[in-house]
Write a protein that binds this ligand. Structure first.
Ligand SMILES: *[C@@H]1O[C@H](CO)[C@@H](O)[C@H](O)[C@H]1NC(C)=O
Ligand SMILES: *[C@@H]1O[C@H](CO)[C@@H](O)[C@H](O)[C@H]1NC(C)=O
Length: 158
């Protein structure tokens, strides 16, 4: 009887540990979003499906609050880029706010939900970059005016 208990206990302990390990692996594989280097402002991100599946409609919700004194306004865009050294497809561009909720000054919370079609093969490891800025319309490569990033979050998948 006691031996049975010990056996069941060991079995449960093993299951718990292996569960914890696989959970940990899953989290480190798709490590979640964090701030971008050299950009003070960031925001939280939820993504569905997570991890990404292609081809698939992707829904991303961002929520944040400016802290650095910069202003997000009606001409600011959220640019979503997925890829390794080059984007797997043309970056998706969305407004961050509109006439009813713009501009977003420092200290004002904002959120936005966007949906786009991911329709390109994903490399074994890649980055998801979510960048908010004012796109320079006279620049062919969708760069931001004065190279200024208003807020940013990124995740690395490997
Ligand atoms: C503007 O933003 C508000 C708040 O996010 C939202 O409820 C509304 O539907 C938006 N309107 C347009 C025209 O996008
Ligand atoms: C916008 O892009 C053009 C072309 O690349 C560049 O010459 C100009 O300096 C940029 N303007 C700003 C304000 O970044």
């Amino acid at each position: 009887m006691i031996r049975n208990f010990i056996f069941v206990f060991i079995l449960l302990a093993t299951l718990t540990i292996s569960n914890a390990i696989s959970l940990h692996k899953r989290q480190s594989l798709f490590g979640g979003f964090g701030p971008c280097p050299n950009v003070e402002d960031t925001f939280s991100v939820t993504m569905s499906p997570d991890p990404l599946v292609s081809p698939h409609l992707i829904t991303i919700t961002i929520a944040g609050e400016e802290v650095d004194g910069l202003t997000i306004d009606a001409v600011s865009s959220l640019v979503i880029t997925i890829g390794a050294t080059v984007p797997v497809q043309t970056p998706s561009v969305f407004p961050v706010c509109n006439s009813t909720d713009c501009p977003i000054f420092t200290g004002k919370p904002y959120s936005q939900t966007v949906t786009f079609l991911l329709n390109a093969p994903l490399p074994p490891s890649y980055q998801i970059d979510l960048t908010i800025g004012n796109i320079n319309s006279s620049s062919p490569d969708m760069s931001f005016l004065h190279d200024e990033i208003l807020a940013c979050a990124m995740a690395t998948v490997s």
